[in-house]
Structure formats: structure tokens, C-alpha cells
Design a protein around this ligand. Structure first.
Ligand code: ADP
Length: 268
């Protein structure tokens, strides 16, 4: 019981004997603590952009502004409002993924079409500053198309956001002995080893200011982790600071789509 938190009830029993009932509340306490941390972090993340918006609104309400200043303030307010919107969307996505009332209904995912979309989104985010390649060598997969799109999209977006202009991002989809695999490799800033195991925690960031600058909500990899849990998949991260990172998703064969049956031959 070392390191565990227990509630012990001693119940008198016949012949001066006693029954000892123990409740191990270590997990409950840990979950409670995580929930409290999440609420504190989320409130803080929402309060920051709201404070900026309120500040500009107060200025606008108290003094006449010339058209250029007004325009500049409006632009900043719109940016902050989008930041709040992204955060709320990511929080809703996470809570949906965790909800037991929201079971995953596997369908055949057209991986070529989906990864094309992921590549196009990444190109739009990069605005021509990176080379982004896609190679598809593996077959389709069974799973939730929306969830996998959100996970793969987050990994590709991170690769762009944490890679300086001029770098490359490579998306590779391939079959493996036990299923299928997506690797997202970038030539970006990399991550030092002590951070790697914590990256999928909600709101964990190596560098808060950089994450905000690049419109990060701090929830992207937590979403990836939950999508993969629901698909019995795994995420492996390898990285070298200053050289780049590779995020590899492995999905098991059980979820890979069986090859489509050949069309039946017409009866003679
Ligand atoms: P964020 O919105 O902050 O990017 P994520 O959950 O997506 O949140 O990622 C958590 C942290 O992991 C990021 O803040 C960043 O420090 C680090 N990270 C994620 N992807 C990469 C990457 N491809 N290269 C370097 N660091 C990364």
C-alpha cells in the first residue's frame, strides 16, 4: 500500500474479531486533481484573450479613435476571439472523445482522400513557407474518419508550426506487419528528451509563448492521444533539438480495412 491513499473502516465482528474494509482512493483523488487542474488551466487560457478584448472595448467606449487605430484594434480583437473559439472547439472535441456516450463507429476511411486534405490544410497553414510532401504506400483503415482527420491534422499542423520557414514536412502512410502507420517528420525546432513523455498532457507546452504565437491551444496532442486510445493505436515521438521531430502513429491490423472483395463475376 506504499504511496497509496486508503480509507480504512474497522467493523466489529463476532468473537471480538474485526473486519477491515479498505477503499483505495488514490485514483479518484488523482482524477479529481486532474479535473481541477484542467478547469484552472482552461479558465486561465480563456481569460487571457478575453482580457485583451475587454481592454480594447473599454478604450473604444471611452475615447474617440481615428479610423486607422480603430481598424487595428478591431483586427486584434478578432484574432483574440478566434483564439477563444479554437480553444472552446478543442475542449468540446476532447470532452466528446472522452464521453462513453459517444462510442466510435468504425467505417472504412478513404485514406488517400483524407491525407490529401491534411496535406492541403498544412499547405494553407504554411502559406508557401515549407515543402510539404505526402507519400501513400499503405491501404485504407477502419475507424472514425472525423477523429482520424482531427488527429492527423493536428500532427501535420504542429509539424508546420514548429518548423521554421524553409523546412520540410513529410507525411508517410505505409503498411506494417501489424497494421498501418502514419509518420509525420519535420526538420523543425525539435524537443528535448525530458519533455517528450509529457507532451500529450492537456495544456503542456515546451514553450508557452511560441505555442501562442503560432495559435496553439495546448490541446492538440491530448486530442491525438484520445483519438488513438479509441482506435487502439499508439503514438511514438522521436526528436532531436534543433534537427526535427518524427511523430509516428501505429494503428493495429484489427482496425485496418480488409481488402475490398473483388467484384463478383457475372454468371455464365
Ligand atoms: P500546442 O497547441 O501548444 O501546439 P499541442 O498539444 O499540439 O499544443 O503540443 C504540445 C507541445 O508539444 C507544443 O506546445 C510544443 O511545445 C510541442 N510540439 C508539438 N509538436 C511539435 C513538433 N512537431 N516539433 C516541436 N515541438 C512540438
Amino acid at each position: 500500500f506504499r504511496g497509496r491513499k486508503l480509507i480504512v473502516h474497522i467493523i466489529p465482528f463476532e468473537n471480538r474479531r474485526q473486519i477491515l474494509v479498505t477503499h483505495d482512493i488514490t485514483e479518484t483523488e488523482r482524477t479529481d486533481m486532474m479535473r481541477r487542474d484542467f478547469i484552472a488551466n482552461a479558465s486561465h487560457e480563456l481569460r487571457t484573450p478575453l482580457t485583451v478584448i475587454l481592454g480594447f472595448l473599454e478604450i473604444a467606449a471611452s475615447e474617440p479613435l481615428d479610423a486607422d487605430t480603430r481598424q487595428a484594434h478591431l483586427k486584434l480583437m478578432v484574432e483574440q476571439a478566434y483564439r477563444m473559439q479554437h480553444l472552446i472547439e478543442d475542449m468540446l472535441t476532447l470532452s466528446r472523445l472522452e464521453s462513453i456516450d459517444h462510442p466510435m463507429r468504425p467505417e472504412r476511411v478513404d485514406i488517400g482522400k483524407m491525407l490529401d486534405r491534411v496535406q492541403r490544410d498544412a499547405q494553407a497553414l504554411s502559406a508557401g513557407k515549407h515543402e510539404i510532401t505526402l507519400e501513400i504506400r499503405g491501404g485504407d483503415v477502419m475507424g472514425s474518419a472525423d477523429e482520424l482527420y482531427s488527429a492527423f491534422g493536428n500532427l501535420a499542423a504542429n509539424a508546420v508550426r514548429y518548423t521554421p520557414a524553409g523546412g520540410t514536412v513529410r507525411l508517410l502512410w505505409e503498411d506494417t506487419a501489424s497494421g498501418v502507420r502514419l509518420s509525420v517528420r519535420d526538420t523543425g525546432i525539435g524537443i528535448s528528451p525530458e519533455h517528450i513523455s509529457r507532451l500529450t498532457e492537456r495544456f503542456y507546452r515546451v514553450d508557452k509563448s511560441r505555442s501562442r504565437e503560432t495559435q496553439g491551444t495546448g490541446l492538440g496532442l491530448a486530442i491525438v492521444k484520445h483519438v488513438l486510445l479509441r482506435h487502439n493505436g499508439t503514438l511514438t515521438i522521436t526528436s532531436e533539438p534543433g534537427q526535427g521531430s518524427t511523430f509516428t502513429v501505429n494503428l493495429p491490423k484489427a482496425l485496418s480495412a480488409a481488402p475490398q472483395p473483388a467484384p463478383a463475376l457475372a454468371a455464365k
